[in-house]
Design a protein around this ligand. Structure first.
Ligand SMILES: NC(=O)c1ccc[n+]([C@@H]2O[C@H](COP(=O)([O-])OP(=O)(O)OC[C@H]3O[C@@H](n4cnc5c(N)ncnc54)[C@H](O)[C@@H]3O)[C@@H](O)[C@H]2O)c1
Length: 255
């Protein structure tokens, strides 16, 4: 798909590797300028160099999405450099492993919630308040099919991803008057460093290999998710808001 995002500024959280990296590259290929947020400075800067060679403008914004003050500073830097953010992709996410709930503890829960749920609140709160003044914006949340159907060994992660779906629908209702569209993509399993990490232990490998076997179209690639983000970021999807799109190779079928 080719769309023209020329003149648009996109912020991708967790943009330095995996799905976020593919999203940043696809938006840049379609002429958007980029704010790449991540914790990993060297990976983010390497990606920024790659995008700069495509003659797009890039800001690397190193900040923990779980830290409201740090995200506020990153958004303020982006505003200084670009004057606006047109597209926010809430992609940063994390899980410790595939661990049965009774073997997890509150410290684990708090970190998973801080990144996967509070991170989405922090970024949307700071960016959408600026979008609402301009009466324009696109917010694309990366949830998971785990948030639609639950996922063995990922109780807290799944519940955060369900929360992201509820936030998508609520923000679509609240922000429509400001012409901000909010949609959500649910990947199934995607070949990224996160998936490789989750497969490192025996239970993780067993559970995830079994899920992969029932994905009708097989394991996803980061680019599969990036293509769907591009549509939701483009003007071609201007009449779409509050929707949840599984890009999961036929893992789930929701009525
Ligand atoms: N890979 C999959 O199978 C899969 C499936 C469903 C949903 N997802 C979701 O897709 C998104 C991307 O996943 P991925 O597989 O590319 O992960 P990944 O671990 O490969 O990449 C995530 C990136 O986010 C960054 N990051 C992590 N914590 C951060 C924080 N607190 N602040 C800022 N940046 C942070 C990491 O440094 C990394 O660059 C996540 O939200 C994940 O939950 C992934």
């Amino acid at each position: 798909m080719e769309v023209n995002l020329s003149g648009k500024v996109a912020m991708v959280t967790g943009g330095a590797q995996g799905i976020g990296r593919a999203i940043a590259l696809e938006l840049a290929r379609n002429w958007a300028d980029l704010v790449i947020n991540d914790l990993d400075r060297s990976a983010a800067e390497a990606l920024a160099r790659e995008i700069t060679t495509q003659k797009r403008r890039v800001l690397v914004a190193i900040a923990d999405v779980a830290d409201y003050a740090a995200i506020k500073r990153a958004v303020s830097d982006a505003m200084t450099q670009f004057g606006k953010i047109d597209i926010l992709v809430n992609n940063a996410g994390w899980d410790k492993g595939i661990i049965p709930f009774l073997k997890t503890d509150p410290t684990d829960w708090q970190k998973v919630i801080a990144i996967n749920l509070t991170g989405v609140l922090n970024c949307t709160h700071t960016v959408a308040s600026e979008m609402s003044q301009r009466k324009s914006g696109k917010i694309i949340n990366i949830s998971s099919d785990a948030g639609r159907g639950g996922s063995f060994g990922e109780a807290v992660y799944s519940s955060c991803k369900s929360g992201v779906i509820a936030l998508t629908k609520t923000w679509a209702r609240e922000f429509a008057r400001d012409r901000i569209r909010v949609n959500c993509i649910c990947p199934g399993l995607v070949d990224t460093p996160l998936l490789a990490k989750l497969k490192q232990d025996e239970l993780g490998k067993k559970v995830l290999d079994r899920i992969e076997q029932v994905m009708l179209l097989g394991l996803g690639k980061p680019e599969d998710i990036a293509n769907a983000v591009l549509f939701l970021a483009s003007e071609e999807s201007n009449h779409v808001t509050g929707q949840v799109l599984s890009v999961s190779g036929g893992l789930t079928f929701q009525g």
